[in-house]
Design a binder for this molecule. Structure first.
Ligand code: ADP
Ligand code: MG
Length: 645
């Protein structure tokens, strides 16, 4: 003959109390055979629920052994006990323990989700069970819309969905009126007749009398056991086929549904939680857009000038303090370079600050001394008169070429400047041409006045050394080669390498790296705001775990693995953050759209991949900051979680 289904030997359970321990169960020997119906009776506090929790693998004995179907439960890990719970046991609690956010069908099918039953099949079976229990019209009702007796029948259906080989009912009629209680007992008796093994805790002596076997507990010990009765029905337990992959996907989908439901149930709180992520993501995306936009704009301006200009300056680089003392660069170098076959033109450059006066207008401006070739170098368009030629440079003519800004500043009356005379540091200079710069000038935009560099040296500064030489390289000539040749020529001419070259490429890379540094700087501030948002999510998730402790206990009691609980809360955190990320990106793009329309001077450029990065980042935040709450949820003790009000 087959052995008992449940077999306890010397089982004890102690709880820590103060410094010592208090024994709640001691030395329990109990065998329950398949198909039995056992009533456990005893005074309140005698240890009945503790025993039931041990039987149902929700709790573990402190001592002794528990064998279920011959297997030592003490050797199983948490996952193994969860499997026993979902495949062999069905719990019925005094307070029903249904999930209030789910309808009857969803409550009933939950254990089947964790057992890996296919969605269609388990929903059909849940509906059938509810129908059989007289709840055919209440499939879509939530627990709050059902009476106590109906709720308890939903929980019976939940206990049966995975087979319900052993049904553990802890004072199932305690919260019911007399009639519903009697109906429930009739139902359990009928299930027993069909072969389900049933263990029921009750206060009701009349009920206990109707049950075949009574076990009386007092102060954690078995006082009396009427023993097994003969003539038990046996049930065939159909194990659901395992489908590892499909089942895992199902559980993921279930976790997703649960997350959406819980977000929907707390809309305002969810939105406020998201707000930190929304703002953080929007900030990061906007900063990146601003950085990209400014860089693109500056680079576009640079390419307007063209890349074929090389500047030669004294010193080792921008910011070299000794550069001012180096006087080896001279006009003859410019002439020598201009004569090279690869050079279109070359011009010395000097700059000085001077007071410019015309009539009643007087302003301080930067005056550029350049050679005649200069107007072939920069991107200039002559709009009136003409620039000076080499003869004017040689003669140190007192002539000046204005740019459009200078012309507008000095001739506000709109008269034609060409041919008129202005004073530069009180030296009269005749305006001979107006030019328009087509590219960009770096640094603060000032009005442009161009004089022969010789005139600047003689009339304004009294110094003959020059600041730099600009060389325009032939369009088809290789820039790197030109730089090498210029370097060689300059070293040959001056004997030392006390100059450095820049071309618009180096300027371009300087600007690129500068804007990148700035972007990184501002973005790191934005990232900090994201972190703060993430901490907010973690905080609310921890609150949510506390709030849903009982739900977690219920899920564990029907066989959810700890990994299922972790997944559920992680998914919820990721979903909150990802939704926040999507809204944040939408906010940034929307703001960018508005800015483009109303403030076109703000350079914003949204690379599409930013959105993907933002989604990835917000998911990562969800995982990182959801992990702690999820772990806290999974570590809950199922018995204590269920007891939480
Ligand atoms: P019953 O269900 O028979 O009324 P319980 O099994 O719930 O009794 O509890 C038995 C005893 O164990 C009670 O005295 C109770 O206070 C104690 N007890 C139950 N759970 C804990 C716990 N987590 N920590 C300490 N004592 C506990
Ligand atoms: Mg109890």
């Amino acid at each position: 003959m087959e052995g008992p289904l449940i077999s306890l030997r010397g089982v004890g359970r102690v709880y820590p109390a103060g410094d010592g321990e208090v024994a709640v169960l001691s030395d329990i020997d109990l065998d329950i055979w398949p198909g039995e119906m056992v009533a456990i009776v005893g005074a309140s506090g005698s240890g009945k629920s503790t025993l039931m929790n041990i039987l149902g693998c929700l709790d573990r004995p402190s001592s002794g052994t528990y064998r279920f179907a011959g297997q030592d439960v003490g050797t199983l890990d948490e996952a193994g006990r969860a499997r026993l719970r979902r495949e062999h046991f069905g719990f019925i609690f005094q307070r029903y323990q249904l999930l209030p956010e789910f309808d009857a069908v969803a409550n009933v099918e939950m254990p089947a989700v964790y057992a890996g039953a296919p969605r269609g099949g388990r929903r059909r079976r849940a509906a059938e069970l509810l129908d059989r229990l007289g709840l055919g019209g209440k499939l879509a009702s939530r627990p709050a819309q059902l009476s106590g007796g109906q709720q308890q029948r939903v929980s019976v259906a939940r206990a049966l969905i995975n087979g319900g080989e052993v049904i553990l009912a802890d004072e199932p009629t305690g919260a019911l009126d007399t009639r519903s209680g009697a109906e429930l007992i009739a139902l359990l008796t009928e299930l027993n007749a069909q072969g389900h093994t049933i263990v029921i805790v009750t206060h009701d002596p009349a009920l206990a009398a109707r049950v075949g076997r009574t076990v009386e507990i007092s102060d954690g010990r078995i006082l009396r056991d009427t023993g097994p009765v003969a003539g038990r029905a046996r049930m065939q337990v159909a194990r659901p086929a395992r489908r590892p992959v499909g089942a895992a996907l199902d559980r993921l989908a279930e976790a997703l549904r649960m997350a959406v439901r819980s977000m929907a149930a707390h809309r305002l709180r969810t939105f406020l939680t998201m707000l930190g992520i929304i703002i953080g993501i929007a900030a990061v995306v906007s900063v990146v857009a601003l950085g990209t936009g400014s860089r693109e704009r500056v680079l576009a301006d640079i390419s307007a000038i063209g890349t074929s200009t090389i500047d030669i300056r004294p010193g080792t680089g921008f910011g070299d303090r000794r550069a001012a003392a180096i006087t080896t660069l001279g006009p003859d170098d410019a002439a020598a370079l201009a004569a090279q076959p690869f050079a279109v033109s070359a011009s010395p450059q000097v700059q000085t600050q001077a007071t410019v006066t015309r009539g009643s207008v007087s302003t301080s401006a930067r005056v550029q001394g350049v050679g005649a070739g200069y107007f072939d170098i920069g991107a200039f368009r002559v709009t009136a008169g003409q620039p000076f030629d080499a003869g004017a440079v040689a003669r140190r003519d007192q002539v000046v070429v204005l740019d459009a800004d200078a012309a507008a500043t000095l001739f506000p009356d709109g008269s034609d400047p060409v041919g008129q005379t202005i004073l530069i540091d009180r030296v009269p200079m005749r305006v001979i041409g107006i030019v328009q710069q087509t590219g960009i000038s770096f640094g603060p935009r000032t009005i442009g006045l161009y004089l022969p560099y010789t005139t600047v040296a003689v009339r304004l500064t009294g110094q003959s050394d020059i600041d730099s030489i600009s060389v325009r390289i032939a369009d088809d000539f290789d820039m790197a080669l030109a730089e090498r040749l210029i370097t060689e020529i300059m070293i040959a001419r001056n004997g030392s390498r006390d100059f450095f070259l820049t071309n618009s490429d180096t300027i371009r890379s300087t600007i690129t790296s500068t804007t990148e540094t700035l972007t990184i700087l501002i973005a790191s501030i934005a990232v900090i705001s994201l972190l703060v948002g993430g901490i907010g999510v973690m905080n609310i998730m921890l609150v949510s775990v506390t709030e849903r402790t009982r739900e977690i206990g219920v899920r564990m009691s029907v066989g959810a693995r700890r990994s299922d609980i972790v997944t559920q809360f992680l998914i919820e955190a990721v979903l909150v953050c990802l939704t926040g990320g999507v809204l944040g990106v939408a906010l940034a793009f929307g703001a960018g759209e508005a800015a483009g329309r109303f403030l076109p001077q703000i350079p914003l450029e949204f690379p599409p991949e930013t959105a993907l990065w933002a989604f990835a980042a917000s998911s990562l935040i969800g995982i990182v900051f959801g992990f702690l709450p999820a772990r806290a949820a999974a570590r809950l003790d199922p018995v204590q979680a269920l007891a939480r009000e």
